[in-house]
Design a protein around this ligand. Structure first.
Ligand SMILES: Nc1ncnc2c1ncn2[C@@H]1O[C@H](COP(=O)(O)OP(=O)(O)OP(=O)(O)O)[C@@H](O)[C@H]1O
Length: 247
């Protein structure tokens, strides 16, 4: 049976004044997919995520969320999406619970008890009364994820969720995402530089380079025996650089 289509980006382009941006990107995500968005610094990953969440408008192309055009049915579409883009900042002087209470004001009609449930889902329930200022980076990332989970989203967009985390923090976030995708069928799109770590998590991935999606694959069966995703990634980036040099 075909899984429900959660996101469809068609031929999206955005060019900034400095000539950078993204060029003709198309991608699709279905329920339960965990999609890794990889690429060098400045490749356009954050730009693409911002475009999906309506933070910037494309010059060209379309974004459909749950089968509906995001441009005209934005609020309806975004009520089913959670995102953490660019910063996982919390109000340091407030408790984890109060941070989420504040975030919950963006989602009218949220069920009572949802805050506790979201804290439970990311493993922060025992720390709910503690001030976020005393949290480790990993705990702050989990708190930001909890805020994104508040509306009970079907798609979660995460920009560099493991950036700056130690190994334990990375494994922790990865396991949380894995569980949410498996148990709740939530689709994730995650930008990251931590390719080795993401290999264990994603079922699909795309490589952005110079604003173009140069590769888009299903992880299963892709890698020859003994090859890591990191090696595959480096080979793709290198061959695009060589192709561009000869063009
Ligand atoms: N608002 C903006 N105005 C002008 N240029 C921008 C703007 N936002 C992004 N850019 C440019 O677009 C390019 C892509 O940036 P983006 O942040 O999407 O890359 P990224 O792949 O997320 O990089 P990183 O891995 O470093 O976070 C960069 O060269 C950046 O300078």
């Amino acid at each position: 049976m075909e899984r429900e289509r959660v996101l469809e980006v068609k031929d999206a382009a955005k060019r900034f004044r400095n000539g950078r941006g993204i060029k003709g990107v198309s991608l699709e995500l279905s329920r339960g997919d965990v999609y890794g968005l990889f690429g060098p610094n400045g490749a356009g990953k954050t730009t693409l995520l911002k475009l999906i969440t309506g933070l910037i408008r494309p010059d060209r192309g379309t974004v459909h969320l749950f089968g509906k055009p995001a441009a005209t049915r934005f609020e309806e579409a975004m009520s089913r999406v959670g995102c953490v883009i660019e910063s996982a900042d919390a109000y340091e002087f407030m408790s984890a619970y109060d941070n989420l209470k504040l975030a919950a004001r963006f989602y009218p009609g949220i069920a009572a008890g949802r805050i506790d449930q979201a804290l439970e889902e990311v493993g922060l329930a025992p720390y709910k009364k503690e001030k976020a200022g005393g949290f480790s980076l990993g705990m702050k990332q989990r708190l930001a994820l909890a805020a994104a989970l508040l509306p009970g989203p079907e798609l979660v967009i995460l920009d560099e969720p493991t950036n700056g985390l130690d190994i334990e923090g990375m494994v922790d976030i990865r396991r949380t995402i894995e569980r949410l995708a498996r148990e709740q069928g939530i689709a994730f799109i995650i930008s990251s530089h931590m390719i080795g770590d993401m290999e264990k998590l994603v079922n699909r991935f795309g490589i952005l380079q110079g604003g173009e999606l140069i590769r888009q694959e299903r992880l299963q069966d892709l890698l020859p025996e003994g090859t890591t995703l990191e090696q595959y990634y480096m080979a793709q980036i290198q061959s695009k650089k060589e192709a561009d040099a000869y063009a």
